[in-house]
Design a protein around this ligand. Structure first.
Ligand SMILES: Cc1cc2nc3c(=O)[nH]c(=O)nc-3n(C[C@H](O)[C@H](O)[C@H](O)COP(=O)(O)O)c2cc1C
Length: 270
């Protein structure tokens, strides 16, 4: 039974090979073979390169944290320099740290998609939809072990994209040391001027809240009534990205974000 079938198969293969190269069956065969080989190469490369990509992502995040804290030195090994930071997972609602997650592996961006760990935002000025109830923050201590700065992640929508970044706040919970974004897709020369060192340098020394504890930090063309201490100038020609940055900073520094943690910092609790 199998011999005649083999003979039949051999006959079909021989006919296929003998056919002229421009037949439909040969063209389809070559097209499908090329697609299969190409997809195998692409998926093998994706699998092989994934650990490298993850390592590069981590390195990039660490560089950004070092930069926003003013500690980045290209001559110093990133992992060694990053040892200066103590990552902790913060419960936003209580403003306290939690040991429920390992800060080295907890992914607070992914946690925003987990209904157990996040909440849907009704009032959503940063246009992020859902917010993780826990965020990984980075404590920077001085040589004597006293708290020096905290580095807090923040994100929100600009004009074309979600901007992801960090704000460095002094140990008093109110003075800003710096802010920078590590990922966004705003237009170069317009919204992407958030990366311009001259624009970023404005954040240093600005304040979040006034003496009465009201959040005053504002990113806009004109200073808020509270004064220049709370004012970051708008990005020229990029009113919508400016509004996005203003909204996301107010959101994360406000009641829905780090307010309770900042209260505790101001009270000298850490
Ligand atoms: C191709 C293109 C890209 C733009 N990219 C941005 C951007 O990244 N951020 C932004 O706020 N506005 C961007 N704009 C401009 C906005 O459409 C809008 O005109 C601008 O935000 C208004 O700012 P202004 O009031 O300062 O002129 C872009 C416009 C064009 C045509």
């Amino acid at each position: 039974m199998s011999e005649p079938m083999n003979a039949e198969n051999k006959g079909a293969i021989a006919r296929f090979l003998a056919a002229p190269p421009d037949t439909v069956s040969k063209t389809l065969f070559v097209a499908i073979a090329v697609c299969l080989v190409a997809s195998m190469i692409v998926s093998t490369a994706a699998v092989i390169l994934r650990p490298t990509q993850e390592a590069n992502k981590l390195r990039d995040k660490q560089i950004n944290i070092l930069q926003v804290a003013g500690l980045y030195d290209p001559a110093i090994d990133i992992s060694d320099a990053f040892e200066a930071f103590e990552p902790r997972v913060l419960d936003l609602e209580s403003g306290e740290f939690t040991d429920a997650f390992d800060p080295a592996t907890f992914d607070d961006i992914a946690a925003a998609d987990d209904p157990e760990l996040s909440r849907a935002l009704e009032d959503d000025p940063a246009s992020i939809g859902r917010q993780s109830r826990f965020r990984t923050v980075y404590l920077l201590r001085d040589d004597a072990g006293a708290l020096d700065k905290v580095i807090l992640p923040l994100h929100g929508y600009g004009l074309w994209s979600t901007l992801y970044g960090f704000i460095a706040v002094e140990k008093n919970g109110n003075d800003i040391f710096g802010l920078q974004f590590y990922s966004h897709a705003e237009t170069p020369g317009l919204g992407a001027e958030v990366d311009n060192p001259r624009w970023k340098s404005q954040w240093n020394g600005k304040r979040l809240r006034d003496e009465a504890g009201t959040l005053q930090i504002t990113v806009a063309k004109t200073a808020p009534p509270a004064g220049a201490d709370y004012h970051i100038d708008a990005l020229a020609g990029a009113t919508l990205t400016t509004a996005g940055v203003d909204n996301l900073v107010k959101f994360w520094m406000g009641e829905e974000g780090y307010a309770r943690f900042l209260d505790k910092l101001q009270a000298g609790e850490f």
